[in-house]
Ligand binder design. Structure first.
Ligand code: GLU
Length: 388
């Protein structure tokens, strides 16, 4: 069977594949330490689950508006004003099937064949694939530890051509965990406005930040940049709701209307009763988020200390998200081989840097318990010792 051209060049999601493999191996009774997908190990907080259960009991089991339940769109707009200083109303919000779907809808709505989309590397591995699915051309701008894995305004400016439509910004970043400062964002915003391109700010990790760093939304830095900003976010990471699949896009009304039309012909509304859980997440106490954030902060400390004691591996201290992006260059093993051998020899599941645009790195998610972290680091140390 001949498949459509648009799908033939698309690679499967390595994060999902390795996470599924690790879960299957665990179910088979294997003693796997999984640091694979970025999935908080906490259950969804009770009050959020209760709200969804009550919604089921109240008959919220039918089709809803394709763009989302009006009450949830209102609650998201209110959250963006309250937390991010972004002046949106309900009409600026599209509720999507997770943060990933918000980005996919955006690409299909915005990108024409041949349009260029600038993506700093390392990047979340789904960005380039989504751009390609929409017919666009991902323009990868490399960064490394010498620039703190951040794109500079000069590098952004140099990458812009007459075909550039969009720049993808992800702060806190998956996989590097870096958080752009206000001054850095101001400098990037100036380039975006001067060169008249658009930016999508993926803020899915906004609540998972450490050591008092400030989380700034680029769209809040002035009216000119606000008009050129699209926000992508979701409930998965902040409220441990990965399986619920509720995310959102915030943007100028015309874009939201177009993306709603796309959604109306593709997925229709996001699971209706799940949206009521999301409303409770936004309107209820935010203490649950802080409890999880503190646990991640403690794990980050433990895992960093363990990792820095392993000769041959280097890793910068991340300011946000729950990943360590580890340079394995000294082992002279490419990341796919490294992860495969580590899994086979030590039953430790990690994610290779190659699909993130950094083949001399691996990614570890520390959204897992301390026992797994201690055991996994013992095994990683043993593996590295056997290689160098
Ligand atoms: N975004 C998470 C990760 O990078 C979940 C898996 C995925 O959707 O890629 O691990």
């Amino acid at each position: 069977m001949e498949l459509a051209q648009r799908i033939t060049g698309i690679k499967p999601s390595v994060t999902l594949a390795i996470a599924a493999m690790a879960k299957a191996m665990q179910q088979d009774g294997k003693d796997i330490c999984s640091f694979s997908a970025g999935e908080p190990d906490f259950d969804t907080p009770e009050h959020i689950k209760d709200a969804a259960k009550q919604a089921l009991d109240r008959g919220k089991t039918k089709y809803g508006a394709a763009a989302g339940e009006p009450q949830l769109r209102e609650a998201i707009a209110h959250k963006l004003q309250r937390d991010n200083n972004l002046n949106y109303g309900a009409a600026n919000i599209l509720v999507t099937n997770g943060g990933k779907h918000s980005l996919y809808n955006l690409m299909v709505t915005l990108i024409d064949p041949g349009d260029e989309v600038i993506i700093p590397a390392p990047f979340w591995l789904s960005y380039p694939e989504m751009v390609k699915l929409a017919g666009g051309i991902p323009i990868i701008v490399d960064t490394d530890s010498s620039t703190d894995y951040k794109i500079s305004p000069e590098a952004l400016n140099a990458a812009i051509t007459p075909k550039t439509k969009l720049f993808i910004l992800n702060s806190p970043s998956n996989p590097s965990g870096v958080v752009y400062t206000r001054a850095e964002l101001q400098a990037l915003a100036k380039v975006i406005v001067d060169r008249d391109i658009l930016v999508v700010s993926d803020e899915i990790y906004e609540k998972i930040i450490y050591d008092g760093v400030e989380q700034v939304s680029i769209g809040a830095l002035g009216e000119d940049i606000f008009q050129r900003t699209i926000i992508s976010n979701g409930f998965a990471k902040a409220y441990s709701m990965t399986g619920w699949r509720v995310g959102y896009l915030a943007a100028p009304v015309a874009l939201i209307q177009a993306a709603s039309a796309l959604q109306g012909h593709s997925t229709s509304n996001v699971c209706t009763f799940a949206q009521y859980g999301a409303i409770a997440a936004l309107e209820g106490s935010q203490d649950c988020m802080e409890t999880m954030r503190r646990a991640f902060a403690q794990r980050r400390q433990v895992i960093l200390e363990r990792l820095q004691a392993i000769p041959g591996l280097t890793c910068a201290k991340p300011d946000g998200a729950f990943y360590l992006f580890i340079n394995i260059g000294n082992t002279n093993i490419k990341s796919l081989d490294f992860c495969q051998q580590l899994l086979e020899q030590q039953q430790v599941a990690t994610i290779p840097g190659q699909p993130f645009g950094a083949d001399d790195h691996i990614r570890i998610s520390y959204a897992t318990d301390l026992i797994t972290i201690e055991k996994g680091m013992d095994r990683l140390a043993k593996f590295v010792r056997s290689q160098i």
